[in-house]
Design a protein around this ligand. Structure first.
Ligand code: GLN
Length: 557
């Protein structure tokens, strides 16, 4: 369908777009703002979905370093997407699909494929209209397919980024074509506080608005990201300089836990103002009681547990954000606070097993160990050592994807007495590849989106810890891997005390492994963290945390 036809169709619907841009610098929490808007609107009874436009030229973040771009979040239909989609699923309670994650790379790919197949024959292909039209079409088709009252659109990056210009131009045109009754523009900007002068500074925000104006955009509302309350005088000044009415200027203050932002924005009347903008009368209020109760239970959580995350990437939680959130919320639900201790796996390799050097002293003090997913051999031996420590010392252990594979390698080395057991990913010539490449992965050479990705059913074995946690025979979990447990070793591992409690029946692939004589030593080939949320903790994280708190209580006695 042509873009103008899609526009006509949208005009006949009651779909409204809320576009969120960010100014001054990155990492100020656009994802949290979009999630907050989503929570407020959904809890007021509106239907909605979210789409994120990422300016980078990669087709998806699957090929980027998690240190640079953070975790790769996998949707149920197997798309490798930005970690913000995780925030949206967890907080708003949505289940998103690949069409929610659009990058400039995807847009240019579509334009160039169109050019090669003759779609634009005779034309000189340009940013406007061709690239903009492909972007616009994606958004309009998304809105029509999902048939929701609100589409929240986050534009990644910061205004002024060269890669983001096409997206801003698309929004400019959409506002003109659909009018303010269909489009609202919210801009999130950073307002720094200068400790040496004791005042907040509005200038960076003014500059970011100037950037927007250069692109032909003037936001309807302004969200000020600040560490402390921005005073009335500065808000008035911003209102004048940025041409945004004072009652459409809100503050997003630093909050711990971050979910308090939902309540804060609600108290500032954000939901009501959005409805006022779109002339939705009478305005509905948001029922945030479940978030209020959850935050109250966090406030009551006084006891601490230390959970080690045996990581390849240190310095930021972003590469493991869903795992960290799942651990924290599992603890909160048991009225505990989880102190997530990130231990560099390589540091464990450099120290000696069970010694008192810094990394080992940290490991020895833990109440529970989580080994997250990962690729490449760096740190793999350290993860295997952490699994050994957990097994030998009865410390609860949860292995996620690579974390399960390393638990199997450790068990093969120690229990089957196969010192050269390894994953073929790290030691292609090992005589005992207890983890090896999946059949369907053998001929794969291209890198992007070629792993075993997305949701697959896992059948559970009754009487196991996994079954006890899920309490049902079949579950669907999300995957992102190329290697798997080598079935040749299954029966000897079983004889040595391992239970394969979850299997993908169609291909007889191990999905869950657990140790019999251990309080909780369980690994999964999938990523349960992608389906855990603060209000609905994933059963395996819950079971792990129960084992952690139980062990801690018996120790503290
Ligand atoms: N590198 C391993 C594999 O590809 C594990 C992947 C992961 O942890 N997501 O199978």
């Amino acid at each position: 369908m042509e873009v103008f036809e899609l526009l006509q169709k949208i005009q006949k619907t009651n779909t409204k777009f809320i576009v969120v841009t960010g100014g001054v610098c990155s990492s100020i929490g656009k994802g949290v703002l979009v999630a907050s808007l989503g929570v407020l609107l959904k809890k007021a009874g509106y239907s909605l979905s979210v789409i994120k436009w990422d300016p980078y030229l990669n087709v998806d973040p699957g090929t980027m370093s998690p240190l640079v771009h953070g975790e790769v979040f996998v949707t149920s239909d197997g798309a490798e997407t930005d970690l913000d989609l995780g925030h949206y699923e967890r907080h708003i309670g949505l289940s998103l699909t690949r069409d929610s994650s659009v990058s400039s790379g995807q847009i240019y790919q579509e334009v160039l494929e169109g050019e090669r197949s003759g779609r634009f024959l005779g034309k000189c292909i340009q940013m406007v209209p061709h690239v903009v039209n492909v972007t616009k079409r994606r958004l309009l088709e998304f809105a029509l397919d999902h048939n929701v009252e609100f589409v929240l659109l986050e534009i990644g990056g910061t205004v002024g980024d060269m890669e983001g210009e096409v997206f801003l131009e698309t929004v400019r045109q959409l506002r003109m074509e659909l009018g303010s009754e269909h489009v609202m523009h919210a801009h999130l900007s950073f307002v720094p506080f200068l400790s040496w002068t004791g005042e907040v500074k509005t200038k960076p925000t003014q500059h970011s608005i100037t950037e927007l104006k250069r692109a032909g955009l003037a936001p309807d509302c302004l969200f000020l990201r600040a560490d402390r309350q921005v005073d009335d005088q500065s808000v008035s000044k911003l209102s004048v300089m940025c041409e945004v009415k004072e009652d459409y200027i809100f503050q997003v203050l630093t909050n711990d836990p971050v979910y308090r932002v939902f309540l804060d924005l609600d108290a500032q009347g954000v939901g009501r103002k959005v409805q006022e903008h779109f002339r939705l009368v009478p305005p509905k209020s948001s029922d945030l009681s479940d978030w209020q109760n959850f935050i109250a239970s966090i406030d009551q959580s006084k006891q601490q547990v230390s959970i080690g995350l045996i990581a390849k990437y240190v310095g930021s939680n972003d590469p493991y954000i869903s795992v960290v959130e799942a651990i924290r919320s599992a603890a909160y639900h048991l009225k505990h606070r989880a102190n997530v201790v990130v231990i560099e796996a390589e540091a464990l390799e450099k120290g000696s097993y069970g010694a008192n050097d810094a990394a080992w002293a940290q490991l020895k003090s833990l109440d529970g160990i989580v080994v997250p997913g990962g690729f490449d051999r760096r740190g793999a031996e350290g993860k295997i050592l952490a699994a050994r420590w957990a097994r030998e010392n009865q410390v609860p252990y949860l292995g996620l994807c690579l974390g399960m594979q390393m638990m199997i390698v450790e068990a093969a080395r120690a229990l089957l007495k196969l010192p050269d057991a390894n994953s073929a990913e790290f030691e292609p010539d090992t005589k005992n590849p207890v983890i090896w490449i999946m059949e369907e992965q053998k001929g794969v050479t291209r890198k992007g989106a070629t792993m075993r990705l997305g949701s697959y059913p896992c059948s559970l074995v009754e009487g196991t810890k996994a079954y006890e946690a899920y309490k049902k025979p079949v579950v669907n979990e999300r995957h992102r891997h190329r290697y798997e447990v080598n079935n040749t070793y299954r029966s000897s591992l079983e004889q040595a005390g391992m239970v394969f409690s979850g299997v993908y029946r169609d291909k007889d692939l191990v999905e869950i492994a657990e140790l019999k004589d251990h309080p909780f030593m369980l690994g999964v080939q999938f990523h349960p963290e992608f389906q855990s949320s603060p209000l609905a903790v994933h059963p395996l994280f819950d079971a792990f945390m129960q084992a952690v708190t139980k062990r801690k209580v018996s120790f503290d006695r």
